[in-house]
Design a protein around this ligand. Structure first.
Ligand code: PA5
Length: 466
């Protein structure tokens, strides 16, 4: 079988009894302790009741996704994608991983549209972009599972007006949401827009392999079957590997035990600029799925560890000092790539200068690899627990597998910590206050209370001006 991911957990463990690692002598009994939780997760994958298996049901809608993408690809020079959080982070990770940071420079007019993703409320992005884009040549894709998230809704209002004023065809707009009786579905039908639905029980942060990620991917020429094949290959590999050899079970067990030992921060050090948005996708998946006040039983537990994405080698010159010498409250995951599709061979331009001559004959891939190893070794020497995920190469297949690996790991962690990985009650309160303070009609009954709380909140501020 084709290798899709290698997981190294050796430096989460120690032969000695060291409180900063999992002792090798206790590892076997720990694994046994968690096997039944792991089996529980495996069962939901096998019988496909877990929401993360929904993408495997997407296959029948692929022809529709492909034909919409093909139409937009042929007709438009730009595609503007509006969404936030889980609705856009997956696609951002995909485009960066598979097309690189300079994709737009090689895109249209050669044939595939340039891509612009707006996933924040920021006048300094929305306003200049609105002036920059020619809306006669720009396709509009609005992704919001609930259809009520205020940030993409505001952006949609603004860009829809620009699009309409430029004479854009409403029927070309793509709206991706869940199939509910709500405003976004009514607007889509009213406009005659192209409507794609995300499965109801698939939260945004797990939706990268649904139409939310696959439609934008197809527009820029990424084959969605390859992403799904990678996810499917990972799914099968996880099902077929016994718990004591299964990296999900082993890594999850170690991460859970290390949390009990006070490692409350989970750093994901991605070694390539092409993986930095993957780090952001991971951070959202981990934080929103595992950071929970209540256990499933209702008990207050305040579960979770804090994900912190870092970029190698760049952050060796920024965060590493703290990582190695600051509080020993972190566990470090490294994501590395064995082979990049292109490389740079360094030459001997200044042979008499020792600071420069040693580079001759090395590639940048060699250097990145050595820097990653040096960083990992220096952390382990300082008694910091580390693991590594090694990708054989960059492809839609390996990325699909990596998404699915992380989703399964998170679901397993949630089982160990006894929390629901598919809700996000902590995000809802802030959303509700925003609606009420911004005057949303169906939140009017809360407005008086929220406004008076806001007034007292503002009175409590202690402002010092310089
Ligand atoms: O994972 C989640 O559920 C969230 O991060 C959502 O993706 C995010 O809040 C955006 O929500 P929506 O897609 O409903 O606009």
């Amino acid at each position: 079988m084709k290798e899709i991911l290698t997981v190294d957990v050796g430096h989460l463990m120690s032969e000695e009894d060291d409180a900063n690692f999992i002792s090798l002598s206790s590892f076997e009994s720990l694994c046994k302790k968690y096997t039944s939780s792991f089996d529980q997760v495996i069962e939901t994958l096998r019988n496909k009741t877990s929401p993360i298996t929904r993408p495997f049901l997407v296959e029948p809608s692929l022809p529709t996704i492909k034909s919409i993408a093909e139409f937009l690809r042929r007709k438009y020079e730009n595609v503007l994608i509006l969404g936030i959080g889980g609705s856009t982070l997956g696609f951002r990770a995909m485009i960066q991983y598979l097309k690189g940071p300079f994709y737009n420079f090689g895109a249209s007019p050669q044939g595939v549209p340039r891509v612009f993703v707006v996933d924040n409320v920021d006048p300094m992005i929305t306003s200049p972009l609105g002036n920059l884009l020619d809306f006669r040549k720009t396709a509009l894709v609005y992704i919001s599972k609930s259809g009520s998230t205020p940030e993409p809704a505001a952006n949609f209002l603004h860009f829809y007006k620009k699009y309409r004023d430029a004479g854009g065809a409403p029927g070309d707009i793509v709206i991706i949401c869940d199939p509910a009786d709500n405003g976004i579905n009514r607007i889509a039908k009213g406009l005659g827009a192209r409507l794609l639905h995300i499965p109801v029980d698939l939260p945004g942060r797990y939706s990268v392999l649904s139409s939310a990620g696959l439609l934008p991917a197809e527009i820029i020429g990424i084959e969605s079957q390859d992403l799904l094949k990678g996810a499917n290959r990972m799914h099968e590999a996880i099902l077929q590997t016994s718990a004591n050899q299964n990296p999900i079970c082993i890594l999850g067990t170690c991460l859970s035990e290390l949390e009990r030992k006070g490692k409350s921060i989970h750093v994901l050090f991605t070694y390539s600029n092409l993986l930095s948005d993957f780090g952001l996708w991971f951070a959202q998946l981990w934080a929103e799925s595992l950071g929970k006040k209540h256990a499933i039983s209702g008990r207050v537990i305040h579960a979770g560890t804090t994900p912190l994405p870092a970029l190698g080698a760049t952050d060796q010159h920024s965060l590493l000092q703290l990582f190695r010498e600051g509080p020993n409250d972190k566990v470090f995951g490294f994501v590395t790539v064995k082979r990049f599709p292109s490389d740079v061979m360094l030459t001997d331009e200044f042979p008499s200068e020792v600071e420069y001559s040693y580079f001759a004959g090395h590639t940048l891939t060699d250097q990145l690899k050595m820097e990653q190893i040096a960083t990992e070794m220096s952390l382990v020497r300082a008694k910091r627990a580390c693991y590594q995920l090694i990708l054989p190469h960059l492809s839609a297949f390996t990325l699909g597998g990596l998404f699915y690996f992380m989703e399964t790991l998170v679901v397993f962690m949630a089982t160990l910590w006894q929390v629901n990985p598919f809700d996000q009650p902590g995000v809802e309160e802030g959303k509700r206050i925003t609606y009420s303070l911004m005057g949303r009609q169906d939140y009017a009954m809360m407005r008086t209370d929220d406004e008076s709380e806001l007034a007292s909140f503002n009175r409590q501020r202690r402002l010092f001006q310089l």
